[in-house]
Design a protein around this ligand. Structure first.
Ligand code: ZN
Length: 274
């Protein structure tokens, strides 16, 4: 690993490098890391900006949508001037403005059964910030097949959830389908476009997601894998729930039936970021 830093890099990352858990080696590890962010929306905005600011060397960003005025209440990587432009371009410009030293790979496309596995495999770690179950299950299955750690955040109204899934790392670690074996019937769980979400709530959850992604890349602290963080923003209450691996899980169990992504035929109907 290349441990040479320019004077500018040392100044830029000095508050990271000062941390015993990061140091020069950790900063070099971040610089050589590749992270895929799925969804350039309310979660993806703070997530992308903090990963770029922290010096994650290569960040892929997937989204096929364009910036709409109704996004700006929470999607802080975009501006009023960027209404009508592709979200990946707008968000990539914001990230590059913070840190021109990182590479942003903009994928202006919808994640599909045809491209999800190949995209996930090109990165070390995947972060899901999407707002529909079809895409969530697609990302989760692609990560199991590609053996990539998935940092998954979700928000609705004043509530948030966060989990890390890495079944490839050991028997103690569940996958997304150990928690949710199948998508809920359409219409069962409202989306943010139906039920609303407070913008700051997406900011908190996207920032927690960035923190857990950086912890996984650095290999420091206590991994969230195997636990689910639930935040009730109205009550100001965080709680952690233990997640167990399901031996009968269709994706990671002993008799798993997941072999490829061919079961994900229907493309999500709605734009994919929160
Ligand atoms: Zn599983």
């Amino acid at each position: 690993m290349n441990l040479d830093f320019t004077d500018d890099e040392i100044r830029r990352y000095s508050r990271n490098i000062l941390l015993q858990e990061v140091g020069g080696i950790g900063q070099a590890r971040l610089r050589s890391a590749r992270v895929l962010v799925v969804g350039a929306g309310g979660l993806g905005s703070p997530l992308l900006l903090y990963l770029a600011a922290a010096g994650v060397g290569t960040i892929g960003l997937v989204d096929d949508d364009v910036v709409d005025i109704s996004n700006l209440q929470r999607q802080i990587a975009h501006t009023t001037a960027s209404i009508g432009t592709p979200k990946v371009e707008s968000a990539a410009a914001a990230a590059r403005a913070i840190n021109p030293g990182v590479t942003i790979e903009a994928h202006q496309t919808r994640l599909t059964a045809g491209n999800a596995l190949e995209l996930a495999a090109r990165y070390d770690l995947v972060c899901d910030g999407t707002d529909n179950f079809a895409t969530r299950f697609l990302v989760a299955d692609a990560c199991v097949l590609a053996r990539r750690t998935l940092v998954s955040a979700a928000v609705l109204r004043f509530d948030g959830q966060l989990a890390v899934f890495k079944p490839h790392a050991g028997q103690d670690f569940p996958c997304y389908r150990c928690l949710y074996p199948e998508p809920p019937p359409p219409g069962m769980v409202p989306s943010c476009s139906e039920a609303g979400v407070l913008g700051a709530v997406t900011g908190v959850m996207g920032t927690l997601q960035a923190t857990e992604a950086l912890k996984e890349l650095l290999g420091v602290g206590e991994s969230l894998a195997g636990r689910l963080l639930i935040w009730d923003g109205l009550a100001t209450r965080f709680r952690l729930v233990r997640l167990k691996r399901d031996p009968e899980c269709p994706a990671c169990g002993a008799n798993a039936t997941l072999r490829d992504l061919s079961g994900h035929v229907a493309a999500p109907e709605t734009a994919c970021a929160v």
